[in-house]
Ligand binder design. Structure first.
Ligand SMILES: Cc1ncc(COP(=O)(O)O)c(C=O)c1O
Length: 409
């Protein structure tokens, strides 16, 4: 099979789905830089820079801000598995697939999971979460900020206040929003948060930025057990139960990311370069400017969709800036439209999961792709694809409405 030995040459694509999105070219360039040894002083210097850069991106003073090697769920697992001791009560508000994922991970940590639910497309009022805190007495509240499956952004400021009032830990999954929507960890009283690179940070999947504050550090350090081969003489383990996972053991990761550099895994060098460049690009642009760019791109796409006579999914007051859900019109085959967009225009868009599969399309405007040309080209391609599938939108209306948001040239 000759093609097995051909050089890898992926086709050009405009990735306008819910993620991954096209990496910023500067991130791809950073990934091609020479490898260094994991204890090379230049490399450990980059690790320290990564910590400082992600403090900026997470808007936190938390010392413990670093990356976990693995996709976004690696960050989730590291935090949940290190905080949750079997039998702990955990409260999870669920209004989409990624809320369900938090439940599933917490269950695997042997938590007693208490779920509150709302229909997909809605968000929780803070007092519903507070009532559940009172009713279920959880150690931890775990919530998704932007649930990509429904395109809704859960307001967190008041939930953060409620958690502090009742002295509960709050974890938030910002995989799909960090770097594209405001996510001020300290101002919102979030104790632990995690993300991935492949959405608004415009990097490759495979690194999970996380941050934890001292409240969480205290909880997890009580469970500190250092692996045998690297255990310093005289080390006394914490009195808490050993964390089930070696790879996701936060206290061991914290040692590796501290000046003691106690060896754990081999840090994924090129992924670290990517994570560093993603954060550098975000902060060089300016968080506020970047969030405004995402907001404008999302608003332009939504305006274009509505001008085409299509309906946006869910409670649009709480729509994420950076992912837009679109109801599939009756009689249109959602999958065929997705396929034709890819075949005819090299543009990827997505559908969703579970009850929304085939009922909505999801279009992302994230990171490097939160741009005028990406939005207008997607709308133009969608208009043609829909017309060929039997849904005639007013000609040019989608692109015109988007251009009006961007300010006509
Ligand atoms: C909100 C949210 N959380 C978690 C994940 C899981 O991320 P990963 O696939 O990088 O593990 C995703 C992926 O789309 C997501 O959107």
């Amino acid at each position: 099979m000759a093609e097995l030995y051909e050089q890898l040459n992926p086709p050009p694509r405009l990735l306008m789905g819910p993620g991954p999105v096209n990496a910023d070219p500067r991130v791809l360039q950073a990934m091609s830089m020479p490898l260094l040894g994991q204890f090379d002083p230049d490399f450990t210097g980059y690790m320290n820079q990564v910590m400082e850069l992600y403090r900026g991106v997470f808007q936190t003073a938390n010392h413990w801000s670093f990356v976990v090697n693995g996709t976004a769920r690696a960050g989730i697992e590291a935090i949940l598995t290190s905080i949750i001791t079997p039998g702990d009560r955990v409260l999870v508000p669920v209004a989409g697939r990624f809320g369900q994922l938090l439940c599933e991970i917490a269950e695997r940590c042997r938590a007693e999971v208490h779920i509150i639910e709302r229909p997909w497309g809605e968000v929780f009022p803070a007092d519903q979460v507070e009532d559940a805190i009172v009713a279920h007495d959880p150690k931890l509240v775990a919530v998704v900020h932007g649930d990509t499956s429904t395109t809704m952004a859960q307001p967190l400021a008041d939930i953060g206040k409620a958690c502090r009032r009742h002295d509960r830990l709050l974890y938030a999954d910002a995989t799909a929003t960090l770097g594209g929507m405001d996510f001020p960890v300290d101002a919102w009283n979030i104790d632990a948060a995690s993300a991935g690179l492949q959405k608004c940070l415009s990097g490759p999947p495979g690194s999970a930025p996380i941050t934890i504050n001292e409240r969480v550090a205290e909880v997890v350090l009580r469970r500190k057990h250092i692996e045998q081969g690297i255990r310093p003489e005289g080390f006394n383990p914490g009195d808490g139960e050993m964390i089930q996972s070696n790879y996701f053991d936060l206290p061991m990761l914290m040692d590796y990311w501290s000046e003691s550099r106690l060896n754990h895994h081999t840090e994924a060098t090129s992924a670290l370069y990517a994570a560093r460049e993603c954060a550098r690009v975000v902060l060089a642009e300016g968080l506020a400017a970047r969030i405004a760019r995402h907001e404008r791109a999302g608003r332009a796409l939504s305006a274009g969709i509505e001008a085409m006579g299509l309906r946006l999914f869910g409670d649009t007051r709480h729509k994420m800036h950076n992912v837009t859900g679109i109801e599939v019109p009756d009689g249109i085959d959602a999958a065929a439209v997705i396929r034709a967009m890819l075949d005819d225009f090299a543009i990827e868009i997505g559908t969703s999961f579970g009850p929304m599969r085939g009922r909505v399309w999801r279009i992302g405007t994230m990171g490097h792709n939160a741009r005028k040309d990406a939005v207008t080209n997607t709308l133009a391609a969608l208009e043609v694809t829909l017309r060929r599938s039997g849904y005639a939108a007013p000609a040019g209306a989608g692109v015109d409405a988007a251009l009006a948001v961007f300010g006509d040239s």
